[in-house]
Design a protein around this ligand. Structure first.
Ligand code: XMP
Length: 319
């Protein structure tokens, strides 16, 4: 009988049998899959688990603190937080091509993760949040779409010198099953039912070169949009929603001052499979409120537009 409780008991027994008293390493991204693996492994093997959380400077507002508070403070999971913002932004300097940005972020992520891993003596296992659809997908090598560490290790194999064995407790589960298990394990529902967030993070939502100041601006605008979606009970009705930073300037009047500042685009879509999507027909009054808040509260933004492109012909992300 499939119940979240049964699956958890079963997985715990399997993990314990698999790793024995060995130490296990997990790359925690804050996404649903790695979060559920962290909670599950913590329950199964407690302090044998160490998580590495890489803050690449391209996360949403408060995301790093949220991950630390949920896992380290509340659950007592051992989490090493790596502040790698300068390293990532340094590598991205002057780079404008989307695929190039993705590649750099992927490689830098692996570097940072491997650096941290090599500091931890005696780790024998690498845990991953691979779920069943990833297993099917990686057969077709859809690189770049799964989280970086996942696609790297799934497609390319483990870093040779580390010689780690893989533990993938979610490998047979679908997303909705993973979510149910997450809830049963006590993870907050906002974490478990979160919209997907791309591995390269805000780097693909800041068009062209990624500048630190623009990331700060985008984070604030995005946070207002998401906060209002939740407040209006619209968050769960859309599949994915976010703000995009456009590096062009437009004239506006903010307060009584003329402002020549940047443009924010809002994107919200409804989809089942993320292969095709329709733009969410959010209420005009709602869009009006979000626009006003962004222009009034986020310095350096003079205009807000709403993206009404479906997929196809558009993609969900702008890069
Ligand atoms: P697109 O933009 O291709 O996005 O319509 C479809 C879904 O995939 C996500 N996405 C990514 N996820 N790394 C990821 O981990 C990426 O490079 C990437 N690009 C797009 C996107 O957020 C949407 O959910």
């Amino acid at each position: 009988l499939w119940t979240p409780g049964n699956i958890i008991e079963d997985s715990i027994a399997k993990v314990r049998a698999q790793v024995g008293s060995d130490a296990v390493l997990l790359g925690l991204s804050g996404g649903v899959d790695s979060s559920v693996v962290a909670a599950l492994l913590h329950r199964a093997i407690g302090s044998q688990l160490t998580c590495v959380f890489v803050d690449n400077g391209l996360l949403r507002l408060g995301e790093g603190d949220q991950v630390m508070s949920t896992f380290a403070r509340h659950m007592g999971v051992r989490v090493v937080r790596v502040d790698a913002e300068d390293r990532f932004l340094g590598r991205l300097k002057g780079v404008t091509d989307p695929e190039q940005k993705r590649k750099i972020i992927g490689n830098t992520f692996i570097e940072v993760f491997d650096d941290e891993a090599s500091k931890l003596a005696n780790v024998q296992w690498l845990a991953q949040g691979t779920i069943y659809p990833d297993v099917i997908e990686s057969a077709g090598a859809k690189s770049g779409k799964a989280t970086v560490i996942k696609s790297h290790h799934n497609v390319g194999g483990l870093p040779e010198e580390m010689n780690l064995k893989l533990v993938e407790p979610l490998r047979e589960l679908f997303k909705d099953e993973v979510r149910k298990i997450g809830i049963e394990l006590g993870l907050p529902s906002e974490m478990v039912y979160r919209h997907p967030f791309p591995g390269p993070g805000l780097a693909v939502r800041i068009l062209g070169e990624v500048q630190k100041d623009d990331a700060v601006t985008l984070r604030k605008a995005d946070h207002i949009f998401i906060e209002e979606l939740r407040r209006a009970d619209l968050y769960d009705q859309v599949s994915q929603a976010f703000a995009v930073f456009l590096p062009v300037r437009s004239v506006g009047v903010v307060g009584d001052k003329r402002q020549y500042a940047h443009v924010i685009a809002l994107r919200a879509v409804e989809t089942l499979d993320f292969m095709t999507a329709r733009w969410a027909h959010l209420p005009y009054d709602f869009l009006d409120l979000v626009c006003r808040r962004i222009v009034n509260e986020v310095p350096g933004v003079s205009r807000v537009v709403y993206d009404i492109t479906g997929k196809p012909p558009g993609t969900i992300e702008w890069e």
